[in-house]
Write a protein that binds this ligand. Structure first.
Ligand SMILES: [Zn+2]
Length: 474
């Protein structure tokens, strides 16, 4: 607090330029906010103190009448060393909790907080105005890549990840514009009370059959040939989110988890409470995520939960019966104030000898869906986000509209589209039932309606043994 109260420490000797009222206001509370460099918060060199004192005496002498009139009538209380012998006797208490001193301390603390907030906001605004220049590239050298010429994920001058195709830094001004602006769907949203049905997953979870169980939002339990995989598990309500559908946590019914796959660090995908609980219950479950995500996952796992991170186009270490790959998406990342694009997000492909499943995480539309097809020509199930897409001017860069999802599905060449990321949390402007309704309309128009397989929450889809999968990546 001392540092904050003394402008010389923050601004150097130029600090005095910020203080036009220095002498006239050497009374009252402003003295401690910035009105007096020599006020005892930080010890001044003797020469400065002496200068100050001399200056005050000069003023007192040159304004003899003013001082006499105000000091003697107690309207101004000069410090004791300046007070004329004839003035009123000192009344200041040396006790630190004297009300006047407490008030000063309160003001110092308040000023400190204010300054910290201003510095934080300033830093965020400045960082958001950056151009992201690619300075280097990274990948996990311990992992194999399925795209041999891939040079690694790009990093900018502030070592943040950059999407080569769609560089993106979120802007607080845009967020405020959205949050403070009108929602054109507001009335429709208020009147849209349709909610997703919630089934009981007990029977599927107690069994052993292959299937894709939707647990709401981007959370799935995928069971293939005895291997159980959780994607982006969120079984409570993350901070800043509002649930549209109450769903009991399935954790007590889940019997086994071998892999936990996390697409990116946003709180509706990487949930601390859920991941801690999953790690406690399944201490051997492996946690897989994008580069640098281990900084938070390390805090949440148990000592026996292995963590692995990968760059785009890299393969995680798994049992031989399954392949798990990290692929590009068009999105961004941040959990706190100053970690924008610090952790890498992606989509994930799960491949067995008979099935390939694409889990899209969060993404706007881009060439990555076509690219997924080039790498995995026989995708069976395409799990794709269709919600949180309005307003388009704000969401388009990061979330598919239902129409984008249909186009991405067609690009990917997948057999079935399983929609996700809608109906669970209220994250955007569109009414709750709009994403699925629009998806079905778009699918109809594109002639793929029979390949769209929507689930309700806790419903599962049996996994077909698809006739042929190239398998070259396993
Ligand atoms: Zn996200």
């Amino acid at each position: 607090m001392f540092v904050i109260a003394d402008f010389r420490i923050i601004f150097g000797e130029r600090g005095k330029d910020f203080l036009p009222l220095r002498l006239p206001l050497r009374v009252g509370p402003l003295r401690f906010i910035g009105g007096d460099f020599g006020s005892g918060l930080v010890a001044l060199p003797p020469s400065r103190k002496e200068d100050d004192r001399r200056q005050k005496v000069e003023i007192a002498e040159s304004s003899d009448q003013f001082v006499r009139r105000n000091v003697l009538s107690s309207r101004i209380h000069l410090p004791s060393e300046d007070r004329p012998a004839t003035s009123v006797s000192p009344t200041a208490s040396p006790v630190w909790y004297h009300p006047a001193k407490m008030k000063k301390w309160f003001l110092r603390i308040a000023a400190g907080f204010l300054l910290l907030i201003l510095l934080a906001v300033g830093t965020i605004f400045l960082s958001e105005r950056d151009m992201q220049n690619v300075t280097t590239r990274v990948k996990n050298d311990a992992r194999s890549a399925i795209k041999p010429d891939w040079p690694g994920n790009a990093l900018d001058q502030k070592v943040r990840f950059v999407n080569d195709e769609f560089p993106y830094l979120p802007k607080t001004t845009d967020l405020l514009k959205w949050q403070l602006g009108e929602n054109p769907f507001e009335n429709e949203k208020l009147n849209d009370l349709k909610r997703l049905e919630v089934k009981d997953p007990t029977a599927f979870l107690a069994g052993a059959e292959n299937g894709i169980l939707w647990l709401g939002h981007a959370s799935f339990l995928i069971r293939i040939n005895g291997t159980s995989i959780l994607t982006d598990p969120v079984f409570d309500t993350p901070m800043f989110s509002k649930r549209l559908t109450e769903v009991a946590s399935p954790l007590d019914k889940i019997r086994d988890v071998n892999y936990v796959l996390i697409s990116h660090d946003h709180r509706d995908h990487m949930d601390e409470a859920t991941l801690r609980a999953v790690a406690r219950k399944f201490p051997n479950a492996k946690l897989f995520a994008g580069l640098r995500s281990d900084d938070v996952l390390n805090e949440w796992r148990t000592p026996s939960n292995p963590i692995a991170t990968a760059g785009w186009f890299q393969k995680f270490d798994t049992d031989e019966s399954i392949g798990i790959y990290f692929l590009p998406v068009r999105h961004w990342s941040r959990r706190f104030l100053f970690d924008t694009n610090w952790r890498l997000g992606g989509g994930i492909v799960i491949q067995t000898s008979s099935t390939t499943i694409y889990f899209g995480g969060d993404s706007g539309y881009g060439r990555h869906y076509r690219e997924a097809r080039e790498l995995f020509p026989n995708i069976g199930y395409f799990l794709i986000g269709i919600g949180a897409y309005e307003p388009r001017w704000f969401m388009k860069a990061n979330h598919n509209s239902p129409g984008d999802a249909v186009q991405g599905f067609i690009d990917s060449g997948a057999k079935y589209l399983v929609p996700m990321h809608y109906g669970t949390f209220d994250l955007s402007d569109e009414p709750a039932s709009r994403p699925l309704q629009t998806l079905l309309e778009e699918a109809e128009k594109s002639g793929i309606r029979d390949r769209v397989l929507p689930l309700v929450i806790n419903e599962h889809l049996p996994i077909e043994n698809l006739e042929k999968t190239t398998n070259e990546h396993i």
